[in-house]
Design a protein around this ligand. Structure first.
Ligand SMILES: [Zn+2]
Length: 208
């Protein structure tokens, strides 16, 4: 089963992906991880990608597709993959479709974990992190529940930053959502519930 995972930052995508990896043996693939690994392994494609990154340029879609193709050859992808952070544009989605058709491993679903932006703003801007152990808690934790350390708010989690990230997400992802709806692959799950309840819905919708 091959899935594209969509959802705003803070919607709980990572949690759902982790459960699918554990239960279904799917392979979680993020563009960032692929790039880092290829650069680290100094593969031919990795070196090409590194040249773009070192120059401060975006890695071209074509190269990312080639890296994806290479990644799909690894045995851990046999049961299927969850693509996270890719595609980001409809151009990339079209290229991805062509690549997957080519491999005979077409996409089964585009899974959107949908949460109202205001809920995400509230969720993320109340998040606090422990300076000592990295534990993630909330504004109601006076000290770290795990180690008693000092809790602080990361710059990424302040409200203005969160709103800005959500805006960027919204603008880039809505054409992608329309694209997958048009392909009849879009599955929308209400993500504003307990993660286990969300997961039960995800499994049901995917027929697992
Ligand atoms: Zn701590």
């Amino acid at each position: 089963m091959n899935i594209v995972l969509l959802g705003a930052p803070g919607a709980g995508k990572g949690t759902q992906a982790a459960k699918l990896v554990e239960d279904e043996g799917l392979c979680h693939i993020s563009t960032g991880d692929i790039l880092r690994q290829a650069v680290k392994d100094q593969t031919e494609l990795g070196l090409k990608a590194k040249a773009f990154m070192d120059a401060g340029d975006l890695v071209p879609d074509e190269l990312i597709i080639d890296l994806m193709k290479e990644r799909f050859q690894q045995p851990d992808t046999a049961k299927g993959v969850i693509l996270d952070g890719f595609p980001r544009t409809t151009t990339q989605a079209v290229a991805l479709d062509a690549m997957l058709q080519d491999l005979g491993r077409p996409l089964d679903a585009a899974l959107l974990i949908d949460v109202d932006p205001e809920v995400i703003v509230a969720r993320l801007s109340s998040r606090r992190m422990c300076r000592e152990c990295g534990h993630i808690g909330t504004a109601s934790d006076a000290v770290c529940p795990a180690c008693g350390g000092e809790m602080y708010q990361r710059d990424d989690d302040n409200e203005a930053t969160v709103r800005n990230r959500l805006d960027v997400y919204e603008k880039s992802t809505s054409p992608l959502i329309d694209y997958y709806r048009g392909c009849d692959l879009l599955i929308t799950i209400d993500g504003d519930r307990d993660p286990d309840v969300v997961y039960a819905d995800v499994k049901g919708a995917l027929g697992l």
